[in-house]
Write a protein that binds this ligand. Structure first.
Ligand SMILES: Nc1nc2c(ncn2[C@@H]2O[C@H](COP(=O)(O)OP(=O)(O)OP(=O)(O)O)[C@@H](O)[C@H]2O)c(=O)[nH]1
Ligand SMILES: [Mg+2]
Length: 327
């Protein structure tokens, strides 16, 4: 069966919609690798409905994978009735575990797989690790593409786990509808999160490992930081979890549902998604221009022009204008 799997994105997408996880996995591999195949996948997926995306980010070891694993079970019980809305079932859930540190298969990926193994045979749960491969623009473009691909395959909710340490990871976390920042009790953790730019992007805070001392202090630190920051109409709630025991995930999911209701009530969801798509298009254009520059630089025309610049025949500005066809 696997051997007969098509290489045609359109055929694969039709199979993925029918529930083929192998086809969906292949589509995501195409997205990850970039090139013509990934653009063919994008042509299909950017027409489809967008899944609701929940980002989970935080320092290495904060318990993101353990929490995500437990949250899967809660998500499968459906959207709870909140803010006057109705409960709604969720027949499937997808998880993307982003591993920005390793270009190939790293330890973190293996760890995530092991941690989420409980769901490996559940046909309603789709778990996928992603690393940077050849995708134009790297993970900041590959992750949104992957999210859209999962949506096109019929996934209503996608959980995205990222390690929030660098700017790129923060960008990835920013690409989701609800961003959950996972922290631990202990002095200075909220300071670290602040430094990494995570406080700004948080819609919900989780104090995971709440079985350890220092929960009250962590909550107090966070509340103080929230008091000092300029918040909009949504004040990020603070949820305590013990992911290792599965405690607190229902609270967390309810807060996600409340945040979603808040976004939908004020039409913020549409405007946020429109803003993200606008940024996304600009980044695709930038990445394509960068690629064109690299191609140009490898050309004979470039070398010949460069020789003229080196000989003092023309200056670099005139040379650049000539290379771009403007002069
Ligand atoms: N005491 C305690 N330990 C926990 C809890 N949740 C997770 N852990 C442990 O913390 C360690 C790290 O958990 P992970 O879920 O791998 O953390 P992570 O944030 O995904 O880590 P990276 O993906 O490597 O950044 C593991 O040994 C977990 O068993 C908790 O609520 N309490
Ligand atoms: Mg992890």
């Amino acid at each position: 069966m696997v051997g007969q799997l098509s290489r045609d994105p359109q055929v694969l997408m039709a199979e993925a919609v029918e529930g083929s996880r192998v086809a969906l996995a292949r589509l995501l591999t195409m997205v990850e690798r970039g090139g013509a195949d990934s653009e063919a996948v994008a042509a299909l997926s950017y027409r489809a409905p967008i899944p609701y995306t929940v980002g989970l980010t935080g320092a290495p070891g904060a318990g993101k994978s353990t929490l995500t694993d437990r949250l899967i079970t809660t998500v499968r019980t459906g959207w709870p009735a909140v803010a006057g809305g109705e409960a709604a079932p969720l027949d499937q859930v997808a998880v993307l575990a982003i591993d920005p540190s390793s270009p190939f298969t790293g330890g973190a990926i293996l760890g995530d797989r092991v941690r989420m193994q409980e769901h490996a045979t559940d046909p309603t749960v789709f778990i996928r690790s992603m690393a940077t491969r050849g995708h134009l623009g790297g993970l900041s473009l590959a992750v949104p593409d992957a999210i859209r691909t999962l949506g096109a395959a019929g996934m209503p909710v996608v959980l995205v786990e990222t390690v929030g340490v660098g700017q790129m990871e923060v960008d990835v976390a920013r690409a989701t509808d609800t961003t959950v920042v996972v922290m631990n009790p202990g002095w200075g953790d909220s300071m670290q999160a602040n430094k990494a730019g995570l406080l700004e992007i948080a819609d919900i805070f989780v104090i995971n490992k709440a079985d350890r001392p220092g929960v009250k202090e962590a909550r107090r630190d966070l509340e103080q930081m929230l008091d000092l920051s300029s918040l909009g109409t949504w004040r990020p709630p603070i949820v305590e979890t013990v992911a290792a025991k599965g405690a607190g995930t229902e609270d967390l999911w309810e807060q996600v549902a409340l945040h979603r209701a808040h976004l939908e009530r004020d039409h913020l969801l549409e405007s946020q998604r429109a803003g993200r798509l606008d940024d996304f298009l600009a980044r695709v254009v930038a990445a394509m221009v960068e690629r064109q520059v690299a191609d140009l630089r490898a050309s004979d025309r470039y070398s010949a022009t460069m020789a003229d610049v080196a000989a003092g025949v023309i200056d670099p500005y005139r040379a650049a204008a000539m290379l771009l066809g403007d002069a």
